[in-house]
Design a protein around this ligand. Structure first.
Ligand SMILES: Nc1nc2c(ncn2[C@@H]2O[C@H](COP(=O)(O)OP(=O)(O)OP(=O)(O)O)[C@@H](O)[C@H]2O)c(=O)[nH]1
Ligand SMILES: [Zn+2]
Length: 228
């Protein structure tokens, strides 16, 4: 692993949007984001390769056969993608806001944000979609940033309830809107491919804050949007 991953946790001051722009302009490597990495002790590449070889042996296969010799490196690369959420603090995506135009004070709802996450109990894929809404106070955010926030929390080892709450709290904390609503529907491979083997099941979770939770009409409007 490259060294800046180790220091990323200590390096999260300032706006990442600005720092990335500066790095791009200067042609230097993009800064790693501090994010929310619980581990201070990142293994080096050889440790990771050895661990993947062990898991291949645990399947009963031979890690030295031709089709599998490059698999530890492939797994390492795919983990960098699947777990890229640990490199970011998704709240930073919400830092760039626009003053709302024309006194817009209705719900803003982004539906069907597809994501892939990984269940922390079995390390198997969780595939689903998130619906994210907020009622602005005085500022709005670019809508792509809501999808980036979902992805930032999805690309970690997760349980769905926690991910739902994390997304809602990040929006509440940074934008300080009148209310936030997050609903997630997802299929858990650990239930559909193994274990109880219940294909077709999906889990729905929600986290509502402020007027979207407390005001019956606003909540109903949000849920109507979500049901579509
Ligand atoms: N609440 C919640 N449960 C989850 C999530 N992802 C997986 N699980 C559940 O986590 C539980 C882990 O249960 P354990 O009994 O420790 O593990 P297990 O023996 O592999 O359980 P089975 O899946 O029933 O075979 C299972 O019931 C999973 O269905 C999630 O996002 N939220
Ligand atoms: Zn699971």
């Amino acid at each position: 692993m490259d060294d800046h991953r180790h220091t990323a946790d200590h390096d999260c001051d300032g706006s990442w949007v600005e720092r990335e722009a500066l790095a791009r302009a200067a042609g230097t490597p993009l800064p790693r984001r501090g994010g929310n990495r619980p581990s201070q002790d990142m293994p080096d590449a050889d440790e990771v390769r050895a661990a993947v070889r062990t898991l291949i042996r645990w399947t009963g296969d031979n890690p030295d056969r031709e089709g599998l010799v490059d698999t530890p490196d492939r797994v390492m690369r795919s983990y960098r993608e699947m777990y890229a959420g640990y490199d970011v603090d998704p709240r930073e995506y919400l830092e760039r806001t626009f003053e709302e135009v024309g006194g817009y004070d209705e719900l803003i709802v982004l539906k069907d944000i597809r994501f892939v996450s990984v269940c922390e109990h079995h390390m198997l894929p969780v595939i689903g979609k998130a619906h994210v809404a907020y009622l602005p106070t005085d500022r709005v955010v670019g809508i792509s940033k809501l999808a980036r926030v979902v992805r930032g929390y999805a690309r970690r080892l997760q349980i769905q309830e926690k991910m739902t709450a994390e997304i809602a709290r990040a929006i509440q904390e940074v934008l300080q809107p009148q209310g936030v609503g997050v609903v997630i529907e997802a299929e858990h491979s650990c239930m559909t491919l193994r274990g109880v083997n219940a294909p077709g099941t999906s889990l729905t979770t929600s986290h509502l804050i402020g007027v979207i939770r407390d005001d019956a009409r606003t909540r109903e409007e949000f849920l109507r949007f979500v049901r579509g």
